[in-house]
Design a binder for this molecule. Structure first.
Ligand code: KIV
Ligand code: ZN
Length: 387
């Protein structure tokens, strides 16, 4: 089956860094950009060059250093922002300007522009960006709460003014999967010139639907997913890169799309982003959480020891992990205890010895959340001392 290519646009260094408290140093941003480039991210949104001198320098240096990724900077809908953005990204082998304006009624009220004035602003700023760079992305911020007719009108203006990618942001995580797919599908079917540009989806996770909404948008015709490592981002975060990429890899049977991501690099970059942003990854986070490939209960451990496919739909190696972990706790059974003791060198235990150790192990596990190797070694020495 031929698969359509979906571009991965990572905004960890822009939308991700906008998370309160997630600010990264210059060196840290460069390190993350290098990892993103190496893992095959198509477009890296490296920052918001007008926001600060530091952001400008980071975007410029990332643009100079990037080997294969397109380097993008963000700019509001004014010439000063766009010029500054171009100054920063122009050093890249493949630069992109991303300019946006809030188009929903709530957002139009902020600059106090009426619909016609905003339409004119969009035309002028996209034209200006396109005169500087032949790769221009335009976003109607809060698209999912923008009136349908007006959204079609401004998307058409941006395309005519030279935008090459139209991003449809669900800025406040308001949409639902069925709506997300329909919105993109209907825009592509309705707006003149839509078939000449790439449609992108940019989802926030306020209702926990960012991944589902992004995948639904792809079903509707989007061919660029905007996302961040670990789902880092404002409020409840953005779509998590690792989730959409692995969903497309694991369920290629029903979602025939491919990305250019080397998934074996996922764990390392996830850990580095957690370390530099200071945002720890929750234990049960899909794909990259500490427990995503861990099994404690006896039934699951027994199944895993016989056939890993019983309780895992991905191979740990596919995301860069050395293996599954079978932590021992009060729900664990004899099979996992025996396997762990074998690993620790106790490979000649008779059944009655194992039975005895198992009783002591359960007693300990009732008192501790997790029984570690050292606990087991102590238990075994205590056992041999008793004999
Ligand atoms: O969420 C959003 O609308 C954004 C835009 C700047 C694209 O991040
Ligand atoms: Zn966003």
């Amino acid at each position: 089956m031929t698969k359509d290519r979906v571009l991965i646009f990572d905004t960890t260094l822009r939308d991700g860094e906008q998370s309160p408290g997630a600010t990264m140093t210059h060196a840290e941003k460069l390190e993350i950009a290098e990892l993103l480039d190496e893992m095959g991210v198509d477009i890296i949104e490296a920052g918001f060059p007008i926001a600060s001198e530091g952001d400008f320098k980071a975007v410029s240096e990332i643009a100079r250093l990037a080997k294969t990724s397109t380097i993008c900077g963000l700019a509001r809908a004014n010439y000063k922002d766009i010029d500054r953005c171009w100054e920063a990204v122009k050093h890249a082998k493949s630069p992109r300007i991303h300019t946006f304006i809030g188009t929903s009624p709530l957002h139009r009220a902020i600059p106090n522009l009426n619909m016609d004035e905003m339409a004119e602003r969009i035309h002028d700023t996209v034209t200006h960006a396109r005169n500087l760079c032949d790769n221009v992305q335009w976003s109607p911020m809060d698209a999912t709460r923008t009136e349908w007719d007006y959204l079609c009108r401004v998307v058409e203006i941006a395309i005519k003014a030279g935008a090459t990618t139209i991003n449809i942001p669900d800025t406040v995580g308001y949409t639902a999967p069925v709506e997300s797919a329909e919105l993109i599908r209907n825009l592509i079917a309705t707006v003149p010139g839509a078939d000449e540009v790439i449609f992108a989806t940019h989802c926030h996770n306020d209702l926990g639907m960012a991944t589902a909404n992004s995948l639904a948008a792809v079903e509707g015709g989007a061919r660029q997913i905007e996302c961040t490592i670990n789902g880092l981002g404002e409020r409840a975060g953005n779509t998590a890169l690792e989730e959409v990429v692995m969903a497309l890899k694991v369920r290629g049977d029903i979602m025939p799309y491919e990305t250019g991501i080397d998934t074996t690099k996922i764990m390392n970059i996830s850990r580095r982003v957690a370390a530099v942003s200071g945002f720890a990854v929750q234990f049960n986070k899909a794909i990259v959480g500490k427990n995503a490939f861990a099994h404690e209960s006896g039934i699951h451990q027994d199944g895993m020891l016989k056939n890993a496919e019983t309780f895992e739909i991905m191979r740990p190696a596919d995301v860069g992990l050395s293996g599954t972990s079978l932590p021992l706790g009060k729900h664990s059974g004899r099979a996992a205890l025996r396997a762990k003791l074998n690993e620790l060198g106790f490979d000649d235990l008779a059944d009655n010895q194992l039975k005895d150790v198992f009783v002591r192990f359960k007693d300990l596990a009732d008192r501790k959340k997790e029984v570690f190797d050292d606990d087991l070694l102590a238990l075994m020495h205590q056992n041999s001392g008793d004999e």
